[in-house]
Design a protein around this ligand. Structure first.
Ligand code: CP
Length: 348
């Protein structure tokens, strides 16, 4: 694997999930695979989980790790060609990238959307410059439009919890006789209903997490619904095939997993509003996921990629409830990153 942006880059998703389960059972199994190989993680934006989990994943595989925070100690980088560099940016990305590539074997990139130029963001310009000029395999640690390590971890988490008690009580009680010596067995689990819900936020946030979550859920064996106020329609390149329900309560009914996230206007139905917050958030607080919202569901598990603003996106009681999966979800970031790095190392 030379590039990791989309679910298709992993190939067979079921096999990837099986591999993730095997890695989770023995995360040091491949600890010599990365010997004398160096991972360079380049951060143009802040991070807690991605930084720690990806570094831990590289250590699981025996790799060396270098971390570059571009905005803390490096020369300020110009990213666009044709610019007269008479400002505060001392170095161009087009020199910096091959230099970075000369010090490592694999590169991870975090580079968020600017949210002003949709075409520039959705072309994944910075990521593809790294692919083109570094000469090394590159993977996304959240880029302008996608966050695949997060979505992979989200799917691993849904798989784990759907198999372990996330099914409805009604389903659990439907015991059918078995031909095996065991007294009874459960019928095959139906697909979980997974709902991605927009929630309010005071700032403009990128669409990377919801884009990837939609893309990965549509590739997985789940019933998937997206709910958001009108104007926040995500790019169909990521959501084709998903059910869109503008009534949040209807969307939540019977849900097994609620995945909350804010995103700014994707500019699909309102191109001039790309990257904007469409309403004063004070008027949108009825979208915050609280106990009443969760009461509409099938005792759903609550998910969010973190960091999360409490009592904007989700109420204290919902995120602290036993049905909240935010911590195991974050822990699974180590597993998704270990699988991805393992596959990249095996392709070197
Ligand atoms: N979910 C996630 O990517 O977290 P960080 O921004 O802290 O890395």
């Amino acid at each position: 694997m030379r590039s990791f942006l989309n679910v298709q880059d992993l190939g067979n998703l079921k096999e990837a999930l099986t591999e993730a389960a095997q890695i989770k059972a023995d995360r040091y199994k491949y600890q010599t695979l990365g010997k004398n190989k160096t991972l360079l993680m380049v951060f143009f934006n802040n991070s807690l989980r991605t930084r720690l989990s990806t570094q831990k994943a590289a250590m699981n595989l025996g790799m060396n790790v270098i971390v570059l925070d571009v905005n803390a100690g490096a020369w300020k980088l110009e990213t666009e060609r044709g610019v007269i560099m008479d400002g505060d940016k001392s170095e161009h990305l087009l020199e910096a990238i091959p230099v970075m590539g000369s010090y490592c074997d694999v590169i991870g990139i975090r580079s968020f959307a600017g949210l002003t130029d949709r075409d520039y963001d959705y072309a994944e310009t910075v990521y593809h410059q790294f692919v083109r000029y570094s000469g090394k395999p590159v993977f996304a640690m959240e880029t302008a439009t996608v966050h695949p390590l997060q979505a992979f971890a989200d799917l691993i988490t849904i798989e784990e919890y759907w198999g372990q008690g996330a099914r409805s009580k009604e389903q659990e009680n439907t015991i059918i006789p078995s031909k095996s010596p065991a007294p009874c067995s459960l019928p095959p689990a139906p697909k979980p209903k997974v709902v991605l819900t927009w929630a309010p936020h005071p700032k403009s946030l990128p669409q990377a997490v919801p884009n990837s979550f939609a893309q990965w859920m549509l590739a997985a064996d789940v019933d998937f619904i997206i709910t958001h106020p009108e104007g926040y329609e995500l790019d169909p390149a990521f959501t084709k095939g998903a059910t869109i329900e503008y009534d949040q309560k209807k969307a939540f009914e019977g849900a097994d997993f609620i995945y909350a996230k804010n995103w700014s206007c994707p500019g699909v139905t309102r191109p001039k509003d790309y990257g904007k917050v469409l309403h004063d958030y004070h008027t949108m607080m009825h979208w915050t996921v609280d106990a009443e919202h969760m009461s509409w569901t099938n005792n759903a598990r609550f998910m969010h990629c973190l960091p999360v603003r409490r009592n904007m996106i989700v109420s204290d009681d919902v995120i602290e409830a036993p049905t909240s999966l935010v911590i195991p979800e974050a822990a699974n970031r180590e597993i998704s990153a270990t699988v991805v790095l393992k596959r990249i190392l095996q392709s070197l």
